[in-house]
Ligand binder design. Sequence first.
Ligand SMILES: Nc1ncnc2c1ncn2[C@@H]1O[C@H](COP(=O)(O)OP(=O)(O)OP(=O)(O)O)[C@@H](O)[C@H]1O
Ligand SMILES: [Mg+2]
Length: 313
Amino acid sequence: MKILCFGMVVCDYLIAGIPSDIMSRNGAPIQSLRLSGGGDALNVAVGLTRLGQEAIICGRIAADPTGAYLTEYCKDNGVSPDYLIQDDEFPSATSFALIDPSGERHFLFENRIYANYSAEMVNERMIESADGVYFGSLLTFPKLDGGGLAEIFRRVKSAGKLTAMDAAIHGQKFEPGRMKSLRAVLEATDIFFPSIAEMEIYTGSRNPYKIAESVRDSGLRVFGIKLGEAGCYVTDFSDEKIIPAVPVQNVVDTTGAGDSFFAGFLSGWANGYTPFECAKIGNIVASYAIQKLGSTIGIPSFDRVVADLRASA
Ligand SMILES: Nc1ncnc2c1ncn2[C@@H]1O[C@H](COP(=O)(O)OP(=O)(O)OP(=O)(O)O)[C@@H](O)[C@H]1O
Ligand SMILES: [Mg+2]
């Protein structure tokens, strides 16, 4: 299956060993520096190619060295960068994860480019070239949350292709009425699999069963909620299950756990597995990813995942 991954494309700097009092110092050496492509769309695209599927990325980058790095990163990871769109106003999205001596992360973001994400970025040629569209950044781009995404997904659906969606919270809180804007998108969405924190800001609830009831008549084929170390909830609206996570002794880095889960889920879908098996596959892929530093480094081959799935049955 070929998936068009639309959304955040970010250059991540992981900087370890930042002294807690750095703002009152002139300078300090650090322990380590790691640079990687990131952002949900890029993470899922890389995850999909690692798992044997094809991925095209659509997002905004600038004509700056970061943009050049991100384009190379796509190519190095087997992701087509043909639909990366050049932004003339803002720099490429960049995130600095500053890790303090206790291991705690503090983020600095350059993400002004998000203001320019719009429905026009995804054209019919892109939709035709793929079997489906994944969008991971609900709650991130003002123009898309304000109706643009619903328009894109309607076009994808009328071309007979799959639509899959995740959300990415940015500190928002529960607001009654937010659900209303989501409804128009859900009508054109096949698979919606956000995390519990994201559904809480739409519904005010942390009860997966109650939350699922609130989206029952929305037109979704599959709805799920990622529950961190508790695994995930999934329903096809005739059956529903909580699927426990794969126990991991040595959790190294949970950044992008949700993205590797999603890449796993979609590769299961591409191989004809049921939604419940796909959710198990998502848990398995995420369990590998969190044992390595970096969002996608730990993702195994699909054969390995299937072997684990069989062993767990
Ligand atoms: N400590 C853990 N042990 C085992 N599996 C985990 C753990 N944390 C996360 N996972 C797996 O990763 C999946 C996704 O994690 P999570 O629910 O945190 O998603 P998310 O909030 O979308 O993550 P992200 O921070 O990437 O946005 C879970 O459904 C689970 O399968
Ligand atoms: Mg997430």
